[in-house]
Design a protein around this ligand. Structure first.
Ligand code: HEM
Length: 178
């Protein structure tokens, strides 16, 4: 009797054991996201690169770049801005799972280009990069608040903050979806 019981337990175990060896990602066709070893970014579908994708004409002269403390200041602002957005309970879920490495680079390039601080923008346009995110007006307001905080912490004069925000405002139409 005991032998019979342990034999059937063994059979039961053998039947279940292989399940642990199944590659469920492969079974369901889940594709692994492989980061580029050089950039640390997850590659995106090919697109045409152009400064026009930045969505705004750059400022003239170097006054705005100076107010933002040049590229080093813009780097601090954009890193802080990305951190705040990912950690924000209002909009963090929209950012979760997106490539933070790429976002830090492209947001930096976009701001640096628009502020005429010596960069080209190599990211996607605002419409295609926000397509399907389902962003609402309230999400845009949250983003603007986070950007204001990051600029304030860098000591950007209030008038320069507002000039910059006025450049970004027309992009709302390409970003907000509902
Ligand atoms: C004026 C406001 C905004 C600007 C200037 C901006 C700028 C950008 C830029 C430059 C990119 C990267 C494009 C690329 O990867 O090629 C991006 C991506 C992204 N943005 Fe925005 N954005 C704005 C508003 C928003 C809002 C309101 C949300 C939602 C709360 C949002 C969520 C995202 C997300 C999740 C991505 C990553 C998309 C992906 O991984 O494919 N953005 N944004």
């Amino acid at each position: 009797m005991t032998m019979l019981l342990s034999a059937s337990l063994a059979i039961l175990f053998m039947q279940q054991a292989p399940a642990e060896n199944i590659d469920w990602d492969a079974e369901f066709g889940v594709e692994e996201e492989v980061r580029d070893p050089a950039t640390g970014e997850i590659p995106v579908e090919p697109y045409e690169q152009s400064n026009e994708n930045a969505g705004a004409e750059p400022f003239k002269g170097d006054a705005m770049a100076t107010h933002f403390n040049s590229q080093a200041g813009i780097r601090r602002i954009t890193d802080r801005f990305v951190d705040l957005n990912f950690a924000d309970p209002r909009i963090g879920a929209i950012f979760a799972g997106h490539d933070q490495v790429r976002l830090r680079r492209t947001i930096f390039e976009q701001f640096c280009f628009i502020l005429n601080a010596g960069c080209d923008y190599t990211g996607r346009d605002m419409s295609s990069s926000h397509e399907g995110l389902g962003s609402r007006k309230a999400d845009m307001n949250a983003i603007v608040e986070n950007l204001q905080q990051a600029m304030r912490e860098e000591g950007v004069p209030f008038s320069a903050q507002n000039r910059f925000l006025a450049k970004l405002a027309p992009m709302s139409g390409d970003i907000i979806e509902r």
